[in-house]
Design a protein around this ligand. Structure first.
Ligand code: NAD
Ligand code: IPM
Ligand code: MN
Length: 356
């Protein structure tokens, strides 16, 4: 039976970059990939149409889908809405609803982009790290949360950082197993010197490690990890961390690859059903201009083929097409450098299609 892909273009540059990934998908379909495509709104687009950032219409299709491709959500026109109505809440809701607790964010430097990074080429060349970010827990979802009047009559904002043992165990297993398939090094990032929630995280990760004697486990405080990521990023193989630290460190890691427009991601449940999206946002500053880099989205599609459809050959075909266009010297504005050819978002999509 053919598999169902739900496409969620979202907001800002979302529709532009998703359109490029769809072109790639259409080629694969023509070559025999047995999938059907549906489309639904998420985020601001869904609020505009249905008054909710994750409406029932989208929820139903999302639950039925085998895999989901998302552009990005959010935009300044929605920033004054009540919190539950904001685009970002739609994204958090779909992650929670589908139990997509394992967020894989691979930061790989394509050799042609060694000079696009703001870091020295020798620091980043050959970079290949995987950030495993827990995605459905932590301070993002912890209760209580809100803005209240405190005992001194002053307004205060508050959130709760909390991790249950089962949440830590399952993400640790994902990370150890990912490390087993790579260079067998796992670094768990925490702030155990200050925060009990992450002291507990560390304790559980150490316990899970007993089941993976072939993987070398290390621990690092998040502030040091942020520093080490730019000092010597190649010391890392797999990094596992909680939701908020993973959010921040993965944006940082994206710059090691030249641009956040290069960093794909997969958000998986226990059975590898996944939502695939670039790690970046809706980039309102460049939306509608056809200049965004669609490669993170196209590479997210490759991750879908690999993780949800178990089609390693198709995944590599897409990744090789991306490598080929980079080798040809085509660059969107974010990765442009002298001596290369600047192309638009849609031209980059066309070039990947041609390279397929
Ligand atoms: P952002 O990632 O959208 O943009 C940060 C910078 O990177 C901007 O200068 C932008 O132009 C650039 N950029 C991002 N993607 C690019 C691409 N593909 N090609 C070229 N340049 C790119 O982050 P932000 O500005 O902090 O957030 C903008 C909106 O996006 C907010 O509403 C935020 O909540 C939302 N957001 C959504 C997601 C998501 O949907 N997964 C992720 C992050 C932020
Ligand atoms: C991401 C984004 C989201 C997050 C926001 C938009 C809710 O920054 O996917 O990295 O913080 O998880
Ligand atoms: Mn983020």
């Amino acid at each position: 039976m053919s598999k169902k892909i739900l496409v969620l273009p979202g907001d800002g540059i979302g529709p532009e970059i998703v359109a490029q990934a769809k072109k790639v998908l259409n080629v694969l379909q023509a070559d025999g990939l047995d999938v059907t495509l549906d489309e639904a709104p998420l985020g601001g687009a869904a609020y505009d149409q249905y008054g909710s950032p994750y409406p029932e219409f989208t929820q139903k299709l999302a639950r039925e889908a085998d895999a989901i491709l998302l552009g990005a959500v959010g935009g300044p026109q929605y920033d004054q809405l009540d919190r539950p109505l904001r685009p970002e809440r739609g994204l958090l809701a779909i992650r929670k609803d589908l139990n997509l607790f394992a967020n894989l964010r691979p930061a790989i430097l394509y050799p042609e982009l060694a000079n696009a990074s703001t870091l020295k080429p020798e620091v980043v060349s050959g970079l290949d790290i995987l950030i495993v970010r827990e995605l459905t827990g932590d301070i993002y979802f912890g209760q209580p949360r809100g803005i209240r009047i405190n005992e001194h009559g002053e307004r205060e904002g508050f959130n709760t950082m909390v991790y249950a043992e089962s949440e830590i165990r399952r993400i640790a297993h994902v990370a150890f197993q990912a490390a087993q398939k790579r260079n067998k090094k796992l670094c768990s990032v925490d702030k155990a010197n200050v925060l009990e929630a992450t002291e507990f995280w560390k304790e559980i990760v150490i316990d899970v490690a007993k089941e993976y004697p072939d993987v070398t486990l290390s621990h690092m405080y998040v502030d040091n990890a942020a520093m080490q990521l730019v000092r010597n990023p190649k010391q890392f193989d797999v990094v596992v961390t909680g939701n908020i630290f993973g959010d921040i460190l993965s944006d940082q890691a994206s710059m090691l690859t030249g641009s956040i427009g290069m960093l794909p991601s997969a958000s998986l449940d226990q059975n590898n059903k996944g939502l695939y999206e670039p790690s970046h946002g809706s980039a309102p500053d460049i939306a509608g201009k056809n200049v965004a880099n669609p490669l993170a989205t196209i590479l997210s599609l490759a991750m879908m083929l690999r993780y949800s459809f178990n089609d390693e050959a198709a995944a590599q075909r897409v990744e090789n097409a991306v490598k080929a266009v980079l080798a040809k010297g085509l660059r969107t504005a974010d990765i442009y450098e002298a001596g290369t050819e600047k192309v638009s978002c849609s031209a980059m999509g066309d070039a990947v299609v041609a390279a397929l």
